[in-house]
Structure formats: C-alpha cells, structure tokens
Design a protein around this ligand. Sequence first.
Ligand code: DQA
Length: 138
Amino acid sequence: MKRILIINGPNLNLLGTREKSIYGELSFEQYFKELKAKYPSLDLHYFQSNVEGVIIDKLHEVGFDFDGIVLNAGAYTHTSVAIADAIAAINTPVVEVHISNVHQRESFRHHSYLSKNCKGVILGFGLDSYRLGIASFL
Ligand code: DQA
C-alpha cells in the first residue's frame, strides 16, 4: 500500500473559514475524509503546521520512507529557502500544490522557492489540486 502524506503550511488550518471567496467553504478535515474514501487503496496521511521548522522536521521524518508528499506550503512557498533545501535533501518525491491560481494574484505570489525541487506543481483547481497531486503518485 502506497504511503502518501499531505502537508499543509501556515493558515491552511483555517480552510473553510479563511477568505472563502479564494479558498472555498470546506474545512480540510472534511475534504480529507472525502479523499480517504476516494482512495481506499492508499495509506493517506495529513499533517498541518503554521511553523516553518516543524514542516521541515516532518519532511525529514517521512521523506525517506513514504512514497509521496503533497505539499501546500502556503506563504512559505514564496519565502522559504529552508523548505526548498529540505525537499532537496529527502528521497520522497514532493508535489507542490496550491488551491488558488497564484499567477492571477499579487506578484509576490508568482515566485516559488520550492518548485525547482519538486516533482511537479499543481495550482488553481481549488481543493481538487490535492487530489490531482495524489493522482500523480498512483
Ligand atoms: C496558497 C497560495 C499562497 O500564496 C498563500 O500564501 C496560501 C495558500 C494556495 O493554496 O493557494 O496560504 O498556497
């Protein structure tokens, strides 16, 4: 059974509450239940932290055993050389995802430090971006 971890970064614990016009009405916990039901043949896990170093620790922890990581690093995408280095340091492939189409938004969201070290990038499909990220590991 393939082991896949979804990691959400800062402020994504507030999905369903936060800026609903951009990020939608569903909490990630609700959506994650749907994902688990959709992929019973996968060992799917979910982790969220608002803290950069904690996200890095989690990447190190699973990054030599799991089959795939789907990472929405939130605003750290645009700032974090340290998360980019952690992705490069581990063996597990990482897919970068974003709920919104960051290229339609402020210019500071157009650059990602992470993309270069990721297997691929999926953005702009709402919460379905996560499902598409998982599908890339099937
Ligand atoms: C986001 C886009 C980021 O620019 C933003 O800081 C987020 C969420 C997205 O999923 O669309 O927190 O990663």
